[in-house]
Design a protein around this ligand. Sequence first.
Ligand code: ATP
Ligand code: MG
Length: 350
Amino acid sequence: MRTDMGKIILTGDRPTGRLHVGHYAGSLRRRVELQNSGDYDKVYIMIADAQALTDNADNPEKVRQNIVEVALDYMACGLDPAKSIIFIQSQIPELCELTMYYMNLVTVSRLQRNPTVKNEIKMRNFEASIPTGFFCYPISQASDITAFKATTVPAGEDQMPMVEQTKEIVHKFNSTYGEVLTDPDILLPDNEACLRLPGIDGKAKMSKSLGNCIYLSEEPEDIKKKVMSMYTDPEHIRIEDPGKIEGNTVFTYLDAFSRPEHFARYCTDYADLEEMKEHYRRGGLGDVKVKKFLNNVMQEELEPIRNRRKEFQKDIPYVYEVLKKGSEAARETAAQTLHEVRDAMKINYF
Ligand code: ATP
Ligand code: MG
């Protein structure tokens, strides 16, 4: 049994755009809480630029530019470089070497079964021409997680197959070469609405690639426009009609973001969300009123994030300094793990 294990977090995001409220609900909000809880020995937050390149190979400029955008979103939400190691994936070449060795432990048919990747291939119309790097990104994610001996991966539901794949690689590696790697667990949001927050169109999960997002940096007017245009219950036409809560995006967002004190501040007709839902189901509550309430909730949540982001934006060299320091620290740990991996495989020759 390994004795050197602390509680370690590894998680991150692809720099394919600014971060949105889906990221916030699914992972970011939780990360900040965990960071501040003091329960974890190390918190690693990775900006996954190498992974972003697997489906943006022709656009490295987009990936490059979004690194700083994502870092700003992080710090605006309260990720603190004094407590968390924020780093850039491509600056840790050890991760590539680990991926190379792990590839030998995974079959092509196993990769083909990954439901998240299957779905993403469809979304990107990759069917006939999947880049090999994209197809293999779950293996590279296993390298990211294991390089830091992460015990805990706070992420949304779409990441379950990735952590599952990582666990299989860990078991295979450890049983073949000896106990080196740590078996990680995903930490899903405990609020069901946050597992995969839908886009404002109510169709798929909110995703940078689908353009259905409310961004964390969004200006108040744009937040309002997006909330007021949100998908609700298409059969709830007149105010007096009974309405459906299930699949109603506005209520999903209220589940994810509202708290009882919001009612005291913005909608005293109801004591809490349950009462509001009850009225909607019964009939007599219009979409506009619910949306106005949600707008107030979102404005309150996003205002401090937007303001902090603007402050950090004034000093971009500082942001790069944070990323450089974080990458140096992360690289040291990854190199140590790689050394242990090579020892176990008996390929440290000299
Ligand atoms: P892309 O479209 O480039 O894949 P994305 O919007 O899906 O971008 P990722 O960078 O792939 O974002 O995801 C980063 C993290 O945010 C993951 O932990 C993922 O589970 C979580 N996440 C992303 N979108 C959502 C969502 N709509 N609801 C809950 N969690 C989400
Ligand atoms: Mg994604």
